[in-house]
Design a protein around this ligand. Structure first.
Ligand code: SF4
Length: 262
């Protein structure tokens, strides 16, 4: 007898249960999940998140130590020399627009919030350069307010898992939020994004070495043969990821371990 794929003719309750199981497996798979943008306070995180548009977190983290040292507070951003800031953030791309956002962000924080980053979504989204996604990153990681971060990885994975058919990020946020406990939202977002960067890639997901294979209706989108799939794992924990999926870690090539996580 062949069993139907997970997600086929599923009730709302069945989907919720499967979503919770996915959440638990992800927690075991990615115990190291965290915000990958280096920061020590809300302003630094806001700045790093603005710089991360169309840029890898790794590249942002290379640029921010100098930037944070040069501009330690909102007043420093507001009064910054444009050309100097452009030069500092140039490696992150779109540096003219990003400089513009950072100068305006500094000014808005000074004018309206006494130089501090506000801790509420309604206020954050009114700030230059800060949309809902960035606001949720800031709330979850700098203020401990649970937030769901719907980035490109998050969207792709929840669609592959058929947890929602919504395509608008705000609707996705609400649909996924309803499936999980609010207190879990921030870590869930990190774990989903970790999985998207290391295992469930956009072009070739590593289905044959994925811990979610039994829970995923899209199993088979990428190679299911473990020897082919392990080559697609990425990052320093690639061998641990193989072990977690029940695959021989010896099959993981050195390039996979050394591969830069996108
Ligand atoms: S089984 Fe494949 S499509 Fe499903 S989560 Fe894993 S890598 Fe992604």
């Amino acid at each position: 007898m062949t069993s139907s794929p997970p997600g086929a003719s599923e009730t709302d309750l069945g989907r919720k249960r499967r979503a919770r199981k996915i959440g638990r497996v992800l927690a075991e798979t990615h115990p190291d999940a965290h915000c990958e943008l280096d920061h020590t306070n809300a302003l630094e995180l806001a700045v790093a998140t603005i710089l991360s548009a169309q840029c890898t977190d790794k590249k942002v983290n290379e640029v921010t130590p100098k930037l944070f040292a040069r501009y330690p507070n909102a007043a420093a951003y507001a009064g910054a020399d444009r050309a100097e800031m452009e030069e500092l953030i140039r490696p992150t791309g779109f540096y003219r627009n990003k400089t513009d956002s950072l100068l305006k962000l500094g000014q808005a924080l000074l004018d309206r919030y006494d130089g501090r980053v506000p801790g509420r979504l309604v206020h954050l989204v009114t700030l230059p350069g800060i949309g809902r996604k960035t606001a949720n990153v800031i709330l979850g990681n700098a203020f401990d307010v649970p937030g769901i971060t719907v980035d490109t990885h998050f969207q792709r994975l929840v669609h592959r898992w058929r947890l929602t058919t919504e395509t608008d990020p705000v609707k996705i946020e609400h649909a996924i939020g309803a499936l999980y406990e609010k207190r879990d939202w921030t870590m869930l977002s990190h774990r989903i994004i970790f999985h998207g960067r290391r295992v469930c890639h956009a072009r070739k997901p590593a289905c044959g070495s994925c811990t979610l294979a039994k829970l995923c209706p899209s199993y088979g989108t990428g190679p299911t043969e473990p020897t082919a799939a392990v080559k697609l794992l990425k990052g320093p924990r690639a061998r641990d990821l193989a072990v977690a999926a029940g695959v021989d870690p010896e099959l993981v090539p050195a390039q996979a371990v050394a591969a830069e996580v996108p």
